[in-house]
Design a protein around this ligand. Structure first.
Ligand code: ATP
Ligand code: CA
Ligand code: CA
Length: 430
């Protein structure tokens, strides 16, 4: 979770690696950005460039603080991807390289990946396994066309793919992607949903120790929660999810989840979570850094939050329901242009009531962890787990069924508060 993290400074064990990652990104991204815009060619999708950095520098590379090798993959494709996701090239560089401060979330998943947040919390660097790296390169063209065809995709937005290698060290592959959660709002609850029940329970008892933990499917069901979207938003959300999952099924991907962060507008930012966090990992921030952290440290007062919430509600237009099949094509023009329909309510997607009037929550959501291919390992796991349980409850099932189950679960819990209450009543009566 964003609010927990360790500042990666000189004393951090991964400081040099993180520093080199950012040095490499800065060099490679500036390099491709400096070129004249052109269309992509087939060769761009398989392109890779290797650079060697050292203290003295070379004709190609500037002098660097440490010795390391850096590999940049498909720079032109990612330049185009960043543009289609609406990133400003200069801002991207500044976010990722200014002052070289990241915060690290050591391996929140079981996979052993490391997560780093850019200092403005806009971007996440995730280290990935070699298999995931090879797979992303293989599907890059499909992913790219999908993004072009679906400006409002809910899939993780990939902005760069690189590799760093330090002397005597292992090769470390990593991607740069969007942080779904906003830097300026408290997220009151986080869920990672797969549509499976086996192993999908965060121990409720542990919540006391770790109140910001990422909860799972069973915790969601236990709380009888819904993604509270009225008919119009539900149609668009479900239609886009179906398109995205269809791609994942085609590419034989599984194990992904819908990450959902819930911001409760009534609670606002009253808890000043961000401030507390910063106190944890920014104890002695020197003056210029403090200035740079402005956006993060300044938490609006309760009154300001309430005002902001009112403004937000007022800006969300009432929408009329649209039939499912046309939903995606009927998105507001503005959404198409900016390509961020699901991130347009202050970086998220605001709840709506049955009459499509704005609701009480903002959801920050997207489909994450989508580089796991249904491969041999998964098949083996399927076999073993399959001996013990019913398939509909097992996480590693083939991609077709994984996707169908995912859609069924997520669309099944997407309904307005009013609809949810009606269903609860009819369940009780049944
Ligand atoms: P595993 O394979 O064991 O599930 P992983 O290392 O592949 O783990 P992810 O599933 O990608 O990790 O992510 C783990 C957690 O990190 C998520 O549940 C979420 O809390 C956070 N996270 C991942 N991606 C994002 C993102 N784009 N924005 C915000 N938070 C994220
Ligand atoms: Ca995961
Ligand atoms: Ca994973």
């Amino acid at each position: 979770r964003v609010v927990v993290g360790t500042k990666v400074d000189e004393h951090h064990e991964n400081f040099v690696r993180a520093y080199n990652m950012l040095t490499g990104i800065r060099f490679c991204v500036s390099r491709v950005n400096a070129k004249l815009e052109r269309d992509l060619t087939d060769a761009d999708f398989v392109a890779k460039h290797k650079y060697s950095f050292d203290i003295t520098g070379s004709e190609l590379t500037p002098s660097a603080k440490y010795d390391f090798k850096f590999k940049d993959y498909a720079p032109w494709v990612f330049r185009h991807l960043r543009a289609s996701f609406g990133l400003d090239p200069a801002e991207y560089l500044v976010s990722l390289t200014s002052k070289y401060i990241l915060s690290e979330l050591g391996s929140p998943g079981k996979s052993g990946s490391f997560f780093y947040f850019s200092r403005d919390y806009k971007y996440i660097i995730k280290t990935i396994h070699h298999g995931e790296h090879k797979f992303l390169r293989k599907i890059l063209k499909d992913y790219y066309s999908h993004v072009l065809d679906n400006p409002n995709t809910l899939l993780s937005q990939f902005y760069g793919l690189h590799r760093v290698k330090m002397p005597y060290g292992k090769k470390v592959h990593f991607v740069v992607m969007n942080n779904l959660f906003p830097p300026h709002r408290d997220i009151h609850r986080t869920f990672d949903l797969k549509g499976s029940t086996i192993g999908r329970d965060y121990k409720e008892d542990d919540l006391e120790k770790n109140p910001r933990a990422t909860l799972k499917d069973l915790n969601w069901l236990r709380r009888n929660l819904h993604l509270e979207f009225g008919p119009a938003k539900k149609d668009m959300f479900v239609a886009q999810m179906q398109r995205d999952v269809a791609l994942l099924q085609k590419l034989k991907i599984m194990d992904y989840s819908m990450l959902v962060g819930i911001h409760d507008l009534e609670r606002g930012n009253e808890e000043n979570l961000r401030d507390k966090t910063l106190q944890v990992f920014q104890p002695g921030a020197d003056k210029p850094e403090e200035a740079q952290m402005g956006i993060l440290t300044r938490t609006p007062s309760k009154m300001e939050s309430a005002k902001r919430a009112r403004e937000l509600r007022a800006t969300v237009k009432k929408e009329r329901p649209v039939p499912m099949a046309q939903a995606v094509d009927k998105m507001p023009d503005e959404a198409h242009r900016r390509g961020a329909y699901f991130y347009s309510d202050d970086g998220g997607f605001q709840a709506t009531h049955e009459d499509n009037a704005p609701g009480e929550e903002i959801y920050y959501l997207g489909i994450i962890d989508c580089l796991t291919r249904y491969n041999f390992v998964k098949k083996a796991e399927h076999f073993w787990k399959g001996m013990g349980g019913h398939e509909s409850q097992i996480s590693p099932i083939p991609p077709e069924r994984y996707g169908d189950r995912f859609i069924k679960f997520i669309s099944g819990v997407t309904m307005s508060r009013e609809q949810g209450e009606k269903e609860r009543v009819s369940n009780v009566l049944a």
